[in-house]
Design a protein around this ligand. Structure first.
Ligand code: ADP
Ligand code: MG
Length: 564
């Protein structure tokens, strides 16, 4: 009797597969990178598990990835002897998408192939990229530590369902067989596959082995020939000296660890020796992942200890406001059996975190100085997150402040591209403060009556309209010795840019309109604290001002929404 079962893919997988097959056509070769990347992750996980349970390595401790093809049959086979999967894991990992926000992501897809291809890259299709080139995919797998009878055989044509049945005598690890589509048969070619391994997977720490190419002189020294040869570099990329790693290798490595299809904006690779001993390789991605604002979204670095993979998403090494950073940290100080709990209160981790934070802030500073265009791209993607910095990491606010970008009355645009240095460089003679205004939208900021006097006097005002802005500004009181002044608050002493004469005029006006002021105050009763004559308006008859130490307008709204 058969134990074969047919199961349906989760709806999201079906949708994704459709799009993958249709829109990634021009970038088909990425399937190999994705499958080798998975194989490498599986070897990493096994090596980690084997630290505490050596028996998992069975009789097969040589961790390697094997790649072969059969041009006649039109198949490619990728085999690893890594951690493998149980039946439940196969169904979960190869039949569903576990990421939160998946349906939101799918809703963003437009049907425009180019745009969708970009979005999909951002989302990461991983294993499902097999179906770009294959019309049938077979996976045989057995979880390390389970009986040889517990193997699983999974087959799908990517059309909505898959079958699953026991695979007796499956070796430990996972074998993926791709039955290539008619128009993708040319991938079953030794030269081409070698080339792709070099191009995309050279940096993988485990050897990728292939059978030697036939030379035509086969029958002679058949015996001495190695059964397989290693085709990649097979050393952990970050352990190599910087001077020996090419830009392309750095980029390819980024794609492997970040599960991104696009190049990073910049990176920083450092070996630190001394009281701390570690290597870090940190990348700034070119785009936000689709779930950047999801608080449960994975973040953090890939942690290795003495070259052994320990965990993904080790979030203890960077503060939350730098959660967009991707990379690797390899420590020689931590113990191989370190856990997330231990990382939480470890003084070594704390020191590394302090150093890495500085490293990232310096990397951003360099990017801003050397390549403003790329920096702008960074800001547009991640600026909102970096704005959490002054509050979360008050000690580094002086490093963070120059990285901030704002919309301003100087440019008149909504784009946030004015730095505090730009502002200071344009300050008027005698101007001592940096003026800003917070509102619910850029449009509202731009048309605020509070700006009238500044327009008249030609004094620049930063226009802040992100939800987080007012909160952030609460942590930034000065920049380069200049006070940051909210122009909707308290008395506005534009004194510095104001003549004695103007001051006198104001005093006289107050005296002259004393009765009016009192009448207005009486009518409004408790609703206002004070009624004053002002010069901050040139067109509007009146405006509301918040006291210097009162809660700002946006903040009050947030508190109200929270029921306070
Ligand atoms: P990702 O690698 O981003 O997690 P994939 O779609 O590439 O996403 O893979 C989904 C999951 O399937 C992996 O997280 C892993 O748990 C499992 N998987 C895929 N390939 C292998 C493999 N060769 N060995 C063990 N598990 C695998
Ligand atoms: Mg993957």
């Amino acid at each position: 009797e058969t134990q074969k079962e047919t199961l349906g893919f989760q709806t999201e997988v079906k949708q994704l597969l459709n799009i993958v097959i249709n829109s990634l056509y021009s970038n088909r070769e990425v399937f190999l990178r994705e499958l080798i990347s998975n194989a490498s992750d599986a070897e990493d996980k096994l090596r980690f598990e084997a630290l505490s349970n050596n028996a998992l390595l069975e009789e097969d401790p040589d961790l390697a990835i094997h790649l072969s093809h059969d041009s006649e049959a039109g198949t490619i086979t990728i085999r690893d002897n890594g951690i493998g999967m149980t039946r439940d894991e196969v169904i979960e990992n190869l039949g569903t998408i576990a990421k939160s926000g998946t349906s939101d992501f799918l809703n963003q897809l437009t049907g425009d192939q180019q745009k969708d291809a970009k979005l999909i890259g951002q989302f990461g299709v991983g294993f499902y990229s097999s179906f770009i080139v294959a019309d049938q995919v077979e996976v045989t797998t057995r979880k390390a530590g389970t009986e040889s009878s517990e193997g699983v055989h999974w087959v799908s044509s990517g059309d909505g369902q898959f079958t699953i049945e026991p695979a007796p005598d499956a070796p430990r690890g996972t074998t993926v067989v791709l039955h290539l589509r008619e128009d993708a048969k040319d991938f079953a070619d030794g030269h081409r596959l070698r080339h792709l391994v070099k191009k995309y997977s050279d940096h993988i720490s485990f050897p990728v082995r292939m059978p030697p190419e036939p030379t035509g002189e086969e029958d002679e020294n058949q015996e001495d020939k190695p059964a397989e040869e290693t085709v990649n570099e097979a050393t952990a990329l970050w352990t190599r000296p910087r001077s020996e790693v090419s830009e392309d290798e750095y980029k390819a490595f980024y794609k492997h660890i970040a599960h991104d299809f696009e190049d990073p904006l910049t990176w920083s690779h450092n070996r630190v020796e001394g009281s701390l001993d570690y290597t870090s390789l940190l990348y700034i991605p070119g785009r936000a992942p689709f779930d950047l604002y999801n608080r449960e979204a994975s973040r953090g670095l890939k942690l290795y200890v003495q070259r052994v993979f320990i965990m993904d998403d080790a979030e203890q090494f960077l503060p939350l406001y730098l959660r967009f950073v991707r990379g690797v940290i390899d420590s020689n100080d931590l113990s191989l059996n370190v856990s997330r709990e231990i990382l939480q209160n470890d003084s070594t981790v704390e020191s590394i975190r302090t150093a890495l934070t500085k490293r990232v802030l310096d990397m951003l500073k360099k990017l801003a100085n050397n390549d403003p265009e790329k920096y702008q791209q960074f800001w547009d993607q991640f600026g909102q997150v970096l704005k959490e910095g002054p509050a979360e990491d008050f000690g580094n606010r002086e490093k963070i402040s120059p990285l901030l970008r704002f919309a301003s009355t100087h440019t008149g645009e909504a784009t946030q591209n004015v730095s505090l240095d730009d502002y200071v460089g344009r300050m008027k003679e005698g101007q001592e403060k940096i003026y800003y205004l917070c509102a619910d939208s850029h449009q509202a900021a731009k048309s605020s009556p509070h700006l009238e006097i500044f327009r008249k006097k030609g004094v620049e005002v930063l226009l802040l309209s992100d939800r987080i802005d007012e909160w952030m500004m609460g942590y930034l009181s000065d920049y380069e010795g200049k006070h940051l002044q909210d122009i909707t608050r308290g008395s506005l002493d534009l004194d510095e840019v104001e003549s004695e004469e103007e001051k006198k005029e104001q005093e006289e006006a107050s005296e002259q309109h004393k009765d009016l002021l009192e009448r207005v105050k009486k009518t409004l009763e408790d609703r206002v604290k004070e009624v004053k004559v002002t010069k901050r308006l040139t067109e509007s008859p009146a405006c509301l001002v918040v006291g210097d130490y009162d809660m700002g307008h946006q903040m009050r709204k947030i508190m109200e929404a929270a029921g306070q």
